[in-house]
Design a protein around this ligand. Structure first.
Ligand code: PGA
Length: 248
């Protein structure tokens, strides 16, 4: 599987700025895109506009969240089926900001991932410990609980992506050490393989203050097969340098 670099735009952008950023990204990543699969995850209302700009290019579009159901009385939620219809290939589920802001549990995240798979989307399932949990030495326990609880049991390695995002590293400028990243990614691969016979082909992304300056080292780390990039994905030059940092 190629490396995957996902840009999580979060709640940023206007219609005009999203179209401009997508166009600039396409122009800038043209060469770099051969090194990795690239997906942009704009706010839901901007998906059609970004998709219109990226259509026909190697750059994919994804959602930042989806509901567990295809349709129904769920005000403000986004159907995974609609995301697929709009041309999305991926959807982020269980981002720590959703777990914190909306009280999303592992059980809910797993149901969202299952709904995404059913709609033909690849879920990017996020896990990660808080600073307090890390300081208490609970990282391994938290990761085990989140991976076991959030990743659908029947999911095969090629159909899902797992993103390790230590909560304390998101938007803070702090990144985990490559030793810590390698340890957690190794644990995730082992947890995934248990009961499935292996983790070959599973992509495990690292996320949390990834930028051009640290991408090369992080992407070369054992068991790291891509990055989930927030802030730095809003800058076309910075984002393409991250893509170019994928090992060939
Ligand atoms: P960041 O966000 O790169 O701005 O730290 C990453 C994420 O939350 O996906």
């Amino acid at each position: 599987m190629p490396y995957l670099i996902a840009g999580n735009w979060k709640m940023n952008g206007t219609l005009a700025s999203a179209e401009a950023l997508a166009a600039e990204l396409i122009a800038t990543v043209r060469g770099a895109a051969a090194q990795a699969e690239v997906v942009l995850c704009p706010p839901a209302p901007l998906i059609p506009a970004v998709r219109a700009v990226t259509k026909g290019t190697a750059v994919a579009v994804g959602g930042q969240d989806c509901h567990t159901k295809e349709k129904g009385a769920h005000t403000g939620d986004v159907s995974p089926v609609l995301l697929a219809e709009l041309g999305c290939r991926f959807v982020i589920v269980g981002h720590s900001e959703r777990r914190a802001d909306h009280g999303e549990t592992d059980e809910l995240v797993r149901a969202k991932a299952e709904a995404a798979l059913k709609a033909g989307l690849t879920p990017i399932i996020c896990v990660g410990e808080t600073e307090a949990e890390r300081e208490r030495g609970e990282t391994t326990t938290v990761i085990a609980r989140q991976v076991t609880g959030s990743v659908p049991g029947g999911a095969t390695a090629e159909k899902v992506v797992i993103a390790y995002e230590p909560v304390w590293a998101i938007g803070t400028g702090k990144t985990a050490t490559t030793a810590d990243i390698a340890a957690v990614h190794g644990q995730i691969a082992t947890l995934f393989a248990a009961g499935r016979g292996g983790s070959d082909g599973l992509r495990i992304l690292y996320g949390g203050s990834v930028k051009a300056a640290n991408a090369k080292e992080i992407l070369a780390t054992n068991n790291v097969s891509g990055a989930l990039v927030g802030g730095a994905s809003l800058d076309a030059a910075e984002f393409s340098r991250i893509i170019e940092s994928c090992p060939r």
